[in-house]
Design a protein around this ligand. Structure first.
Ligand code: DGL
Length: 280
C-alpha cells in the first residue's frame, strides 16, 4: 500500500457495495450524520457478489476500495454484507484509513436485543457460508444459538420491485426460507444483506411482533458517529453532500436508487470502470 497523507475531517466517507443495496446504509448515514460528505461506489457492473467464491469477492472488494482511496476518503464503510463477511481483517487492518464492515455492529445489536440467546441470520450464500455472524456473535455471547439460512432469491426479487408488503411471490419465498429459523424459536433476526431491509415488513410479519429485526446498515451508521469521533474525524453540521459512482449505466441507478435511498438526494452519478484498479 503506497504511503499517503491521512485525509482530514473535511474529507468524505467512502461507502461501497456490490451494487445499489448499500444505499440502505447511505440512507441511514445521511440521516444520522448529515454533516458528512459521502462518496458511494456501487459495483453495478459486477453485482451480485453473494453467489461468487471468496477469491473473486476479495478481488472485487480490493478494487472497490482502491477506487475509494483515490477519492481521498477518510473512512471506508463496506455496506455489503458479503464483502464484510469475506474480506480478511489482515487486509482491512492495513488500509491507510479506518475501515468498517457491517457484521460487528449488527452482531453487537443482536447480542443486546436477544433475551433467549436464539438468533437467526439470513444473508447471501457467501455470507452464510463464511460463518461471519456465527464468529462475531459467539465472541459476544458464547451461549448464543444461531440458525443461519442463505436467501439468494431475495436480491433479484428486490431488484425487480417485488418488495411491497403484500407481494405474494416474495411472501411465499420468505415463508420457505424462514422455516428453519422460525422452528428454532429465535427472538432476534439479523437481516444480513443490504437488500433485506426492503423486505423487512414481510419478514417481520412472518416472524411475528416478538422477534426483533436487525438492519446491519442502520446499526453500522449508528456506530459511525462514535467511530468517527474516536478517530478525530467527525464532521458536524447539516450540509453534507453525496456523490455516487457506479460501474454500469447511470440511468438504472437513478431509476432504482429511490427504493434503497428512500429519496434520491440528487447527488451526481458517474459511471467508472473499476476493472483496472489494483488488487494488492
Ligand atoms: N450487497 C450484497 C450483500 O449485502 C447483496 C447483493 C450481492 O449478492 O452482491 O451481501
Amino acid at each position: 500500500m503506497p504511503e499517503r497523507r491521512m485525509p482530514g475531517r473535511g474529507a468524505p466517507i467512502g461507502v461501497f457495495d456490490s451494487g445499489l443495496g448499500g444505499l440502505t446504509a447511505v440512507r441511514e448515514l445521511r440521516r444520522l450524520l448529515p454533516g458528512e460528505d459521502i462518496v458511494y461506489f456501487g459495483d453495478t457492473g459486477r453485482v451480485p457478489y453473494g453467489t461468487r467464491g471468496a477469491d473473486i469477492i476479495i478481488r472485487y472488494a480490493k478494487q472497490d476500495i482502491a477506487f475509494l482511496l483515490e477519492q481521498n476518503v477518510k473512512y471506508i464503510v463496506a455496506a455489503c454484507g458479503t464483502v464484510s463477511s469475506t474480506l480478511p481483517s489482515a487486509y482491512t487492518d492495513a488500509l491507510p484509513v479506518p475501515y468498517t464492515g457491517v457484521v460487528q455492529s449488527a452482531a453487537r445489536a443482536a447480542a443486546r436485543a436477544t433475551k433467549t440467546g436464539r438468533v437467526g441470520v439470513i444473508g447471501t450464500p457467501a455470507t452464510i457460508q463464511s460463518g461471519s455472524y456465527h464468529t462475531a456473535l459467539s465472541a459476544l455471547l458464547p451461549a448464543a444459538r444461531i440458525t443461519a439460512t442463505a436467501c439468494p432469491l431475495f436480491v433479484p426479487l428486490v431488484e425487480n420491485g417485488y418488495f411491497d408488503a403484500g407481494n405474494v411471490v416474495t411472501r411465499l419465498v420468505a415463508r420457505d426460507y424462514l422455516r428453519e429459523i422460525k422452528a428454532a424459536g429465535v427472538d432476534t433476526l439479523i437481516l444480513g444483506c443490504t437488500h433485506y431491509p426492503l423486505v423487512a415488513p414481510i419478514l417481520g410479519e412472518l416472524m411475528g411482533p416478538e422477534v426483533t429485526l436487525i438492519d446491519p446498515g442502520r446499526e453500522t451508521a449508528r456506530d459511525m458517529r462514535a467511530a468517527l469521533a474516536d478517530a478525530g474525524l467527525l464532521r458536524d453540521g447539516a450540509h453534507g453532500e453525496a456523490r455516487y459512482f457506479v460501474s454500469d449505466s447511470t440511468e438504472s441507478f437513478v431509476r432504482l436508487s429511490d427504493w434503497f435511498l428512500g429519496e434520491y438526494a440528487g447527488g451526481p452519478v458517474t459511471r467508472i470502470s473499476v476493472d483496472g484498479y489494483p488488487v494488492e
